[in-house]
Design a protein around this ligand. Structure first.
Ligand code: PNS
Length: 168
């Protein structure tokens, strides 16, 4: 049976909440493709290569996880890769409407593709990449938000505000 799933996201940057969902998915399914969105509508703080490298630094030791960049429609990419489901984390109810909309759109575009929601661990319910960016850009401690191996790199980039949107 094909038990390949996709965990898609911007991962700008990856948080401990994302890592928790991906690791749990890797225990439930044979293969997890972590698909990093390349063509983001908003300029990301980290390049595609950086976002992929951050994920690889943290998840590199798990052999049923593949980390790749993707562009275009997720529904098409999932079909191309033979994935049977999208796996997403759900934090609070506030995530639900947007996630439900995406799940139904993907199902319409690719009827073979289901979406599986995993409940976020309670310690990560509040966590988001945008919150990490805001805290780091204001000099706050992000050590309990992002993997230890990438603290310094994330902090350095956001603190120095080398990208446009950090100066807003
Ligand atoms: O981490 P995010 O920003 O919540 O991830 C959003 C993502 C990458 C899952 C979503 O934007 C996406 O799938 N983009 C690809 C374009 C697409 O397929 N759009 C139509 C379905 S919403």
């Amino acid at each position: 049976m094909n038990n390949t799933v996709i965990c898609p996201g911007s991962f700008d940057p990856v948080t401990l909440g994302h890592i928790d969902i991906i690791k749990r998915a890797s225990k439930m399914f044979d293969k997890v493709i972590v698909a990093v969105l390349v063509n983001m509508s908003k300029t990301p703080s980290f390049s595609t290569e950086e976002r992929i490298a951050f994920l690889k630094e943290t998840l590199g030791d798990l052999d049923n996880i593949e980390i790749v960049g993707f562009s275009g429609l997720l529904a098409d990419y999932a079909r191309e890769r033979g994935a049977k489901a999208v796996v997403k984390g759900l934090r609070a109810m506030s995530d639900f409407e947007y996630e439900f909309q995406m799940a139904l759109t993907n199902k319409k575009l690719n009827p073979e593709l289901d979406t599986v929601f995993l409940t976020s661990d309670s310690q990560y319910m509040y966590l988001s990449s945008s919150m990490v960016k805001q805290v780091a850009s204001l000099g706050g401690d992000i050590s309990s938000f992002v993997p230890a191996s990438i603290h310094a790199q994330v902090y350095e980039r956001l603190k120095t505000g080398t990208r446009k949107e950090l100066l807003k």
